[in-house]
Every structure is written in C-alpha cells, then in structure tokens.
Design a protein around this ligand. Structure first.
Ligand code: ATP
Length: 469
C-alpha cells in the first residue's frame, strides 16, 4: 500500500539533502519551478547518461542530436501544435482558480469517457457529474475554452520589428526537421532512430505534484524511422526496451510500473496507437488511493510529421532504400520519456524507512549504484587526528579517479552514515587507528549495514566489483 505521505517526505528530503530546491526561493519562489541541487543535478546527469548509453551509444541503429530550442515558427504550424496543442480551460467563478476540464472529468469518469466529451459539452458534463472545484468545493464553472500550451516569445532586438516565436513544447520536431540532414550526412539506413535529450516548455494550466508536471521540463525522445511493414514488430521491441530501461537500468520495481494502451478517443491527432508506461505515484490523499502517472509515451506517429514537414517546407523528405530502390516516407515510432518524471520515480522508488535494532529509524535511498550521486564516501574516524585525516584524504584522492566520491569529517560517525544513507551512497569507507597499523579500512554497505575490513591496496578493485553489481 502506498504511503500517502511519501510525496511530502520526498520533497522534504530533496530540499534537506540538496537534491531539489524550490526555484528562485530567496525571492519567494516562482510557482512550480524547481532547481536540481548538487546531488540532484548529478542524479539527473546519471539518469540522462544511462538513457543515452542504453538507447543511443549501445545500439548500432541509433544516432544522437542536440537541436535548438527556438525553431522557425512554421515548424509548429506544420506539426499541428499551433492549431491543436491546447487543453480545455475552465475557471471556478467563485474562487477564480483555473483548471483543466478534461482532467477533472478523467478523475471522475475515466480517460476514454473524458476524452469523448467535446469542448462545448465539458461545462454541462461537469455539472451533470457534480464535479466540485478542487480548491473551494463550489460547482460554479465557466464554459470551457481552448488554451494553447505553447510559450510565445519574441525574437529580435528592435521593438516593433520582432517576430513571434515559440519555446519548443517537445523535442521531437527538432528531430523531424533534421531527418534529411541526418540521412544525407550519416551512414544510417531505415530502420534507424535519432535520440535527443533537451528542455521542453508547456504553459500547463494545472502544474503540480512536485516535478511531475512543470512548465519547463526535460524530455528524452527517440524518433525511430521504419518501413510501414516493420512497424508492428518494432513497436513491440520498443515496448520491451522501455520496460528494461525502467526496471533494469533505473532499478524501478516492476510492480510499480505498468503499460496502458490509449483508447481511441484519447489518441493525439498524429497517432494511431499509443502506449504509456506508468508509475504508481503516491499522489492520492488517503492510504488506499494510488495514482498511476505517465512516465513515457510510445506512439505510432505514422508518416504524419515527415509528410507535414514535406508539405510545408516543400523539401523532399522521402527515403530511398538503397537495396530495393523503393522511395517512401518512413513511418515513425516515438518512445518519448520525461526526464524529470523518471527522476521522480527513481527517488520515490529508492525511498526506504527502516527500523534499526537499537529502536531508532533510518531513511535510506537505495539508488542503483550507477545512479547514486555519490558512490563512495570516505571518513576519518576522528576529525582532530591529523594522521587519520591525512590518510583519509589520500584514499579519497585515489578513489576519486574511479568513482564519484565525497570526503566527510563533520560530526559523529553515526551521523555521517545517516547523511550518506539519505544521499543514497552505496559504500562508506572509514579510516581508523587500525588503518595506521595494518593499512586496512572499514567498508560499510548501505543496504545491509554490514561492515568488513579491506586492505587499502585492494580497495579500488573491491569497490569496482561491488558497484558493478
Ligand atoms: P500528460 O498527459 O501527463 O500531460 P503528455 O501525454 O502530454 O503528458 P507527452 O506529450 O507524451 O506527454 O510527452 C512525453 C513525456 O514528457 C511524458 O511522458 C512525460 O514524462 C513528459 N512530460 C510531458 N509534460 C510534462 C510536464 N508538464 N512536466 C514534466 N514532464 C512532462
């Protein structure tokens, strides 16, 4: 059963231990913006690196890309975002808060039934279902109106001569507009994919739940180009690969993950088949409420995007198969991951509270070693003994070459262990008086809390083996 206070505990631990801080805090913050702190930024980098390695570097059929956030505005007309990237906005007349009509309906009548309700019918349906304002409890809604989620800004320095331009709402279009560049300059053949990690911006009506829904976020997206005949088989492969990524690479428990197929009414304008990978988030307010939330979408986008860009740009975006000479617009399978949501699920899944034999409790973040911001912490037993401090610093310097390491001599040793447990450090190395005698150190395992003595000269090999498990 999910712990209904888990989100609060994670938000508090993230602040306390330097994972995630509220954005612009000294100015009173900016609602729903979050800054990754020293440990959070490393965790984020590790998640992105793991994704890049698994999906781009380790595969022969993938290449990478890093496209600009600002794109020619025609891109967003062609992609359909100017016309239809919007959510139904409703206001509560009583307390003046704004809400997404579709989400309020989804919570009450389910995703497919909510998606089937037309914009002009949302108001009546909210009344019919007796849906109250989540903020004040009134049922006093305005009519729903469409609200485009793209952030608009101006490019250019001379007032009056600036052009309207958008912050990209997804990284995908940067890939489509470079499709021709990539096939012309790299030795790729269909089926192949292009992967990209980068920021995206959406003027969400109801951001919230910590980093789950924010207006600025990071995506890790793949556009995988296939011949239409290969689509079914490749789609299944991508589903399988996505599952492996979350469970084996990020270490998320499989019973907290599920696939959900979109029903016809929910599908985006470009998609004929979409699966979401969802995580069991503890968003509910009571102990028995759990909320599955989307981590990733896997969509069959058909030839929609390349065809649209071909029409709008008047550039030939067809592919010629070098073996069969067939000329066609490839179809696209899009596995689209949210980086911040992946990190949030890693944080939630790693969180453990354990009762210790002495009656106290410890909080421990059981990150997989490949993701842990600090892999090894090195301590002198006592801070005021110069030879212990010097030896610890030497060991720290040595281990730093191979691992993400931290030196810590602040406070009692028990407190230092507690701190590293909350940061999720898999191993702590303590230098004590025996070290000076026989050149061995104590290694303490985060998960078992067992300690063993290892010779300093064998330390690196010992830790390498343990951290690779
Ligand atoms: P939702 O239904 O939750 O709004 P979506 O279906 O619009 O999400 P996609 O357009 O499929 O999302 O984007 C791909 C991924 O990007 C999502 O699976 C999610 O992980 C991430 N993502 C989308 N919107 C946000 C957001 N506002 N904040 C954080 N991550 C997001």
């Amino acid at each position: 059963m999910p712990d209904s206070n888990l989100m609060e505990k994670i938000v508090s631990l993230c602040k306390r231990r330097g994972f995630v801080y509220p954005g612009s805090e000294i100015y009173g913050g900016l609602a729903n913006t979050w800054d990754y702190g020293p440990y959070g930024s490393v965790l984020k980098k590790n998640v992105k690196d793991a994704w890049w390695k698994y999906f781009v570097e380790d595969r022969d059929d993938m290449v990478g890309l890093d496209a600009a956030i600002l794109m020619n505005p025609k891109t967003w007309v062609a992609s359909g975002h100017v016309g239809s990237f919007s959510d139904p906005l409703i206001d509560c007349k009583k307390c003046k808060t704004r809400h997404r009509g579709d989400k309020l309906l989804e919570d009450k009548i389910g995703n497919a039934a909510a998606a089937a309700v037309k914009l002009e019918d949302i108001h009546a349906k909210l009344i019919e279902e007796g849906i109250k304002c989540p903020n004040c409890g009134a049922i006093d809604w305005t009519e729903a109106k469409t609200f485009n989620l793209m952030f608009k800004t101006q490019q250019g320095v001379i007032e009056g001569e600036t052009d309207d331009i958008y912050l990209r709402p997804e990284t995908a279009q940067g890939i489509f507009v470079n499709f021709k560049n990539v096939i012309d300059t790299c030795r790729v053949r269909v089926p192949f994919g292009i992967g990209q990690i980068g920021k995206a911006f959406r003027n969400e009506i109801t951001p919230g739940n910590f980093t789950f829904r924010t207006r600025e976020f990071e995506q890790m997206e793949i556009e995988y180009f296939v011949h239409p005949d290969q689509k079914k088989e490749k789609f299944e492969e991508w589903k399988e690969q996505s599952k492996i990524f979350f469970s084996d690479i990020l270490g998320i428990r499989t019973d907290n993950l599920r696939f959900r197929e979109h029903e016809a009414e929910e599908l985006s304008h470009y998609s004929s088949l979409t699966f979401d990978v969802e995580y069991r988030f503890p968003f509910g307010k009571t102990d028995d409420v759990e909320t599955w939330g989307e981590l990733q979408g896997i969509a069959d986008r058909g030839d929609y995007d390349l065809s649209q860009h071909e029409n709008f740009s008047k550039k030939d975006l067809k592919y010629r198969d070098p073996q069969t000479n067939e000329v066609y617009i490839p179809h696209v399978i899009e596995p689209s991951f949210g980086c911040d949501r992946a990190i949030l699920s890693v944080l939630l899944d790693a969180y453990n509270e354990e009762k210790l034999e002495d009656g106290t409790e410890r909080v421990v973040m059981k990150f997989k070693p490949n993701l842990a911001p600090v892999q090894v912490a090195v301590f002198p037993l006592l801070k005021n003994k110069d030879d212990l401090v010097q030896k610890s610093k030497d060991i720290h310097k040595m281990l730093k070459k191979s691992f993400r390491c931290e030196y810590d001599d602040g406070g009692a040793i028990g407190k230092r262990y507690r701190r590293q447990d909350e940061i999720g450090t898999p191993f702590c190395v303590t230098v004590d008086f025996d070290t000076l005698e026989n050149d061995t150190v104590t290694i303490r395992d985060r998960d078992t809390m067992e300690q063993e003595r290892v010779k300093t000269e064998e330390l690196e090999e010992f830790l390498s083996k343990k951290l690779a498990q």
